[in-house]
Write a protein that binds this ligand. Structure first.
Ligand SMILES: [Zn+2]
Ligand SMILES: [Zn+2]
Length: 131
């Protein structure tokens, strides 16, 4: 059966849906993700870009080809994507139930992980980007 993941921003102006199982799920501890989320790291799952639909007004920001998209009204983060790889990362927190069932399989930029945070059991650890 085709799995579907549905979510929304805090104010409800942006709706997001992802179809099928994600390609992978992970955490990123880089400084840009820490600033983006206002938290210790960013949790995401990755789909082919065509499997993800975003409705409603969003804005985007990025310091390179990777664009970080958020609700224009409430600022909830929804996706991140680079056009060239054809993939879209969805922030786990936008999904109903916070993306329960989507477990990070790997962690990026663990050299920036906060000292009080433990590695996710079984998750592959990358010092920086995925090799
Ligand atoms: Zn919103
Ligand atoms: Zn990051």
């Amino acid at each position: 059966m085709d799995q579907a993941w549905d979510g929304r921003c805090n104010c409800g102006a942006v709706r997001i849906a992802a179809r099928g199982a994600p390609l992978r799920a992970g955490l990123c501890h880089c400084l840009t993700c820490q600033r983006e989320t206002g938290g210790p790291c960013m949790a995401f799952a990755v789909w082919r870009a065509e499997a993800v639909t975003v409705e409603g007004e969003t804005r985007e920001w990025g310091e390179n080809a990777y664009r970080r998209r958020f609700c224009a009204a409430c600022g909830s983060r929804v996706t991140g994507a680079s056009a060239e790889d054809g993939e879209t990362e969805v922030r786990l927190g936008v999904f109903e139930g916070g993306g329960r069932g989507l477990v990070p399989e790997y962690e990026l930029w663990v050299i920036r992980r906060q000292g009080w945070m433990a590695p996710v059991p079984g998750a592959r650890q990358y010092e920086r980007e995925r090799e």
